[in-house]
Design a binder for this molecule. Structure first.
Ligand code: NDP
Length: 486
């Protein structure tokens, strides 16, 4: 019995449009024989239609004004809350995460629409002094125009909310290519935005394959692109968008380290690393991938981590007793299991592993490894419930080890030594550094984004001022009075 109560299709100019491409369906990763969502993929014709409708809707949406647009976003937040259980059920069925995780994501997404809706009342622009007494110099912000949004499947509502809410608030129109694994959640968001009062053509959804994303970002009418996903796809998009001089925001993968010092609170550090490494089945860009033990005296910590990993309960996300759902697909499962095997072949060993349930679900047992830091898993982002324990003799050695990847998304440190904590904040190469808290999780009003290969130089995400910097052009207006009439 499908969870999605309406047929899935692309949404263009306020109308549900069946794609001209292949018929595809999305299965439930906990029960792969069960189809959750079926649709026809959008192709180049629908992309062109979406761009034209976004262009046609742009002027009226801009003229509506930021306060009216903010009210529509707040109405969308209320509708997300009203339909929270329905959205969470579709999310769990398509993605595999537990219902508790889906509910948290739905709630955070509603908060995101509320936050950006409310930020409509923030002051805009700056006034500068002029050398002419009859002149005012003001900066004003103008929309980019059409924004192309491309999002991954791992947070199918929250990441689109981070992008679509501020893009709309600032008067842009949107063409969104959502992730193929989670079409139903995207359909529900379109339904909600339309019902909240977003006019036809202002936001358009394309349910299409990856290469359609390339076409979207190549389109000369797309003035800005915001992308979250893997490093290879992000770099491919960067070469296209920068080549044609459009504005670009990238949030990419991570290989996040958590440093544990000997003076850390053992229970806090152990529960935090297990939730950061294994929660959401390890399918978070901010997940802890490497646990670096600094100095000696970590026996109690390691024994708690091993016990907690071994005790994790896997199963379908609809079962309230389950802590860890399946991974998103059979190919993801096979890749993660192959990466674990490769680590063992490269000198690694398994310290702890949870039990895998019976059945056809795409389950990967949460696995705690250790071994030489030359193992490929210490460099490559393996997007699943696997973390590796490494050792460093000193804090400086641990920081160097943590920084020894191409990524720079998040990092965490557990210690009661404030001097050591500050040193980590200063020298860890990560866009987000957390002290005595998991490497995962962020507040939606604080800037979020990485360093190095995890990002692209430019405004990051989430905070409203940062969002305004990305989703608008700043202009400087010199307003001089006409001479007084005699
Ligand atoms: P992908 O990069 O594979 O896909 C992301 C999006 O890009 C999807 O919509 C995908 O479409 C689309 N896409 C695929 N190929 C192309 C292409 N050639 N041109 C344009 N678009 C394309 O990432 P995943 O969906 O697998 O997501 C997991 C990755 O996202 C991980 O690396 C994770 O770390 C990262 N991530 C980063 C976050 C951050 O904030 N830094 C947050 C969350 C995740 P389709 O689905 O049809 O393939």
């Amino acid at each position: 019995m499908p969870v999605l109560t309406k047929p899935a299709s692309s949404f263009i100019n306020g109308t549900w449009v069946e794609g001209s491409g292949a018929a595809v369906s999305r299965c439930n990763p906990a029960a792969p024989e069960e189809t959750v969502t079926s649709y026809r993929q959008a192709g180049s014709a629908e992309l062109e239609q979406a761009i034209r409708s976004a262009a046609a809707a742009a002027r009226a949406w801009d003229d509506l004004g930021i306060l009216a647009r903010g009210r529509i976003l707040s109405a969308a937040a209320a509708r997300i809350r009203e339909r929270a259980e329905e959205i969470a059920a579709v999310m769990t069925a398509e993605h595999g995460k537990t219902m508790a995780e889906s509910r948290m994501e739905v709630d955070a997404s509603a908060d995101t629409f509320d936050y950006h809706g409310g930020s409509a009342r923030n002051p805009v622009g700056t006034e500068y002094p002029s050398s002419h007494p009859d002149e005012r110099i003001l900066t004003v912000r103008r929309p980019l125009g059409i924004v192309g949004v491309i999002t991954p499947w791992n947070f199918p509502l929250q990441i689109p909310a981070w992008k679509i809410a501020p893009a709309l608030l600032h008067g842009n129109t949107v063409v969104w290519k959502s992730a193929s694994h989670t079409p139903g959640v995207s359909v529900l968001l379109m339904d909600i935005l339309a019902a909240a009062g977003v006019p036809a053509g202002v936001v358009n959804l394309l349910l299409g394959p990856g290469p359609l994303g390339s076409e979207l970002v190549s389109h000369p009418m797309v003035a800005g692109v915001t992308f979250t996903g893997s490093v290879p796809v992000g770099h491919h998009i960067r070469s296209i968008v920068c080549g044609r001089g459009a504005k670009l925001q990238l949030e990419l993968g991570g290989h996040n380290a958590t440093l544990v010092l000997a003076d850390a609170d053992v229970e806090l550090a152990a529960s935090s690393v297990v939730s950061a490494a294994m929660g959401s089945t390890g399918q978070k860009c901010t997940a802890t991938r490497r646990i670096i033990l600094v100095g000696d005296g970590h026996e109690a910590f390691l024994s708690r981590v091993k016990d907690k990993v071994s005790a994790l309960v896997l199963g379908p996300g609809t079962d309230p007793a389950v802590q860890i759902g399946p991974v998103v697909s059979a190919s993801a499962r096979d890749e993660i299991i192959a990466a674990i095997s490769q680590s063992l072949a490269e000198g690694g060993e398994i310290l702890a592993q949870a039990a895998t349930p019976a059945g056809d679900g795409y389950y990967v047992p949460p696995t705690l490894l250790t071994g030489p830091q030359s193992m490929s898993i210490c460099q490559e982002e393996v997007f699943g419930p696997v973390a590796t324990v490494l050792h460093a003799a000193t804090l400086d050695e641990a920081i160097a080890l943590a920084n020894n990847t191409a990524f720079g998304l998040t990092a965490a440190v557990f210690t009661s030594d404030e001097r050591a904590a500050r040193r980590c904040v200063t020298y860890l190469e990560a866009g987000l550094v957390k002290v005595n808290a998991p490497s995962t999780g962020s507040e939606l009003h604080a800037p979020f984004g990485g360093m190095k290969d995890s990002t692209f130089a430019g405004p990051r995400e989430q905070n409203s001022a940062v969002a305004a910097a990305f989703f608008t052009h700043e202009k400087t207006a010199y307003l001089r009075l006409a001479p007084e009439k005699a």
